[in-house]
Ligand binder design. Sequence first.
Ligand SMILES: [Zn+2]
Length: 551
Amino acid sequence: MNDLTMRFLFFISLFLTTNSFAQKLSKADKSIVANLKTSISYLADDKLEGRRAGTPGEKLAITYITSQFQQAGLSPKGAEGFQQSFEINDGKEIGASAIFSVNGQELKKGSEFFPLAFSPNSGSIEAVVSLSLSESGQPWFKDLGDVLMNNKDNPHFDINSEIQSIIKNAATKGAKALIFYNSSNLADNVKFDPRDKMETAAIPVFYLMSTAREKYLKDLSADYDITLKSDLAEKKRTASNVIGYIDNGAASTIVFGAHFDHLGYGEDGNSMLRNGSKEIHNGADDNASGTAALMELAKLMKKSKSKQNNYLFIAFSGEELGLFGSKYFVEHPTINLTNVNYMINMDMVGRLNDSTKTVTIGGYGTSPAWNNILSGIKKLPFTVRYDSSGTGPSDHTSFYRKDIPVLFFFTGLHTDYHKPGDDADKINYNGELQIIKYITAVVDNSKSLGKLAFTKTREQQTGTAARFSVSMGIMPDYTFSGSGVRVDGVTDGRAAQKAGLKTGDVVVQLGEHKINSMETYMQGLSKFKKGDSTTVKVKRGAEELTFDIVF
Ligand SMILES: [Zn+2]
């Protein structure tokens, strides 16, 4: 086909596509599209700095969503007006009163020294010591340079477990504190890890940067008057869901949800950018699109004649960190969850691809009623791809875990996913309008059916589990900040269920592998293959239980 014909055909299809949508747009539809453009452009504006949970950008979004809910005539259904705030545990940070001084000169926290993240908080320790002496009751210095030199040809050498054993040894021999430094030019990769979950050490432990040692403690045999204080604090931030309600005086309530938080500058390590640059991730599709659709649905349901259900609208925060906002809501519901009829989640509904025109609807298997309700919607402007699972990488999972039927709307991944390029000018607004209209048809088709029955579905394999030859068939709780891996869900018929594990258990050991974080859990799992059997130790409340497990 020659270029001229190609171009002619291209323009015809473009004209037809846009015009076919445009032609059908009523006045009401046009105003919905205009509102979507306004909301998505605002939420995805650089001013909101990527709406990271717990930041000023998130607060601007909260103010905007709240005013939209108010204009739509919703009543507040948060814990504080429209808001439901919750804390995010960001791990540890160096405490304000941490000290390391040498002959009266204070070293800089973080850049010259830091207490290791598993160091216990301590009072002030004062002593006159030299780097070469290790006397009981005194702080000791330990040169990691020697350790590295001695192990530079040892492929199995693990600095972290070596550090643990050095600490244990020093503590046993009466060291009051331990200060690591590295006089060699071999890298030791010792860092302050805010998310560290190692057991607290027996004595305060510090790391001294080599530049600082050169500057303040150059002479290894000299005596120095030092003062030490180990202080670590919990790093927390507060985020907020925004919740509005339409009370129709009905027995059951339909929940509409969409997360409005996004990645900020990628500080939480969930950016797809691999160059380490700190850029604003505008999150127009993820998920300003769903949030804008939520606000338009609020306006439509307020005017709707379908009063057989009440309607609850939740803009979640903290989703990008691991469904924090929706988990918090189902654990602290502001309405009675048993009256929830079903939940509709919209996450990335703004990039309906003009060629494939496919919308994925997840949760199809979570109620026997969905088949009739959805197949009853005719003349679809897009193709529907059904996914039966009630779980997946978004907020409907939190409701599914409470045995609530869910539907999840998603227009698919694209090259701008979790990148700064996810901008408002790439949104398919007409496509999003069609999805909103589809959702109102779902509500309409279900209105005379009363409360829908719930059915369990298979668990969708997400991220980590899919990469291993074996898995236990548990859903980890990513919001858990304690030591171990908390079980958020157990998949029917899989190893964990057969072994006897339950939701709420905290996995602390797999065979001989101690588990204190997702990382050590995955390391432990990777040691086993299909058919292997071992034991799994869990904490269940105050009890510690051990089960035999077969992969
Ligand atoms: Zn998202």
